[in-house]
Design a protein around this ligand. Structure first.
Ligand SMILES: O=C(O)CCC(=O)C(=O)O
Ligand SMILES: [Fe+2]
Length: 323
């Protein structure tokens, strides 16, 4: 019988500080290296990999419906911003096939750690032509922006922007199960794309807390514990990651693969990423320079951010087509 507290909660406060210091001491050669072009399928992105019709949103809650009175970005209200949405049919069949291929190939560059997600390949856009071009595609960004409720660009913090997660059951009797601990993300606009089919694994449910962060108590989740119904390969769960506690249950068998993409709203310099969140992953020293670069990138005008991507700006008017 599973209990609500089966999943551990990721370290908060002083515990996270400790992780940051530990991460600072681990030699960088053992940590995630740039995996290199061998991991690249060299497949180009094609907007035909998106479905022609708008994706279907199943379960949908705004930040206001989740219990937040205000939004953390000045340009949108808590009513406008999506907190959680189940998304199906975003990609065409061929799109799912290509995404799966690209993410399988990136597994050779994955590393295992005791961080929130045990086994993953970070900065996936750096190693995959397909993912890099997809994140730069206006059609893709527009589709995600409509789900989110605000115009988006890829998150400028490269290592936080794209990640492929690989979950397996424990490989030996004593081994720890790979899980996604209960956590909130360092970024706010997050698309979690499931790239395994239902028959390929057991367990591994994406769970989330249907309430504001301040009510989250792992020992008393009650009615607010929700399990995502995203099941088919290519389905996704969009979340306002910094304000929705979520996690992935341990696997009983098989393999579960997911692609997690983070975005930023370029019309607001507000960003919830915390130095200590990033440093708990990478170590303090390795976080300092990218941190200051992030602050500079966030301060750029929206038009400039879109110009750098080489696409026409996505405006609030473009979002008017409601899904
Ligand atoms: O694998 C998933 O579906 C979600 C993982 C997650 O929450 C994360 O990478 O932050
Ligand atoms: Fe997450």
């Amino acid at each position: 019988m599973r209990r609500d507290s089966d999943l551990p909660v990721f370290a908060q406060g002083a515990g996270r500080l400790k992780l940051a210091l530990q991460a600072s001491l681990s030699p960088s050669s053992l940590r995630c290296k740039h995996p290199g072009a061998l991991l690249d399928t060299l497949q180009h992105w094609n907007d035909g990999y998106l479905n022609k019709t708008a994706p279907l949103l199943g379960y949908h809650r705004s930040l206001a419906e989740l219990g937040y009175a205000s939004s953390s970005v000045d340009i949108a209200s808590a009513e406008q911003l999506t907190a959680v949405a189940q998304v199906s049919g975003l990609f065409s069949e061929e799109g799912v096939v290509q995404l799966r291929r690209a993410c399988y190939q990136l597994e050779a560059g994955s590393t295992t750690s005791d961080w929130i997600i045990s086994n993953r390949t970070r900065a996936a856009t750096e190693s995959s032509t397909l993912l890099r071009e997809m994140m730069g595609s206006r059609a893709f960004l527009l589709a995600v922006s409509r789900i989110a409720g605000v115009p988006l660009v890829p998150h400028p913090f490269l290592r936080a922007c794209s990640q492929v997660n690989y979950f397996y059951p424990p490989q030996a009797p004593e081994a720890k199960a790979q899980v996604g601990m209960w956590h909130t993300d360092g970024t706010s606009f997050v698309l979690n794309i499931l790239l395994s089919a239902p028959g390929e694994y057991e367990g591994g449910e994406f769970v989330f807390f249907e309430g504001p962060n301040e009510l989250f108590d792992v020992n008393d989740l009650g009615e607010r514990l929700c399990t995502s119904v995203a099941k088919a390969c290519g389905d996704a769960v969009y979340i306002y990651g910094s304000r929705v506690f979520h996690g992935v249950r341990p696997l009983m068998s098989g393999r579960r693969m997911s692609l997690v993409l983070s975005f930023h709203c370029p019309y607001s310099a507000a960003d919830v990423n915390k130095f200590w969140h990033l440093a708990s992953d990478d170590g303090v020293l390795r976080t300092i320079r990218p941190w200051f670069q992030l602050k500079r990138d966030l301060a750029l005008p929206a038009d400039e951010q879109y110009r750098r991507l080489g696409i026409e700006p996505i405006t609030f008017a473009d979002l008017a087509v409601r899904l």
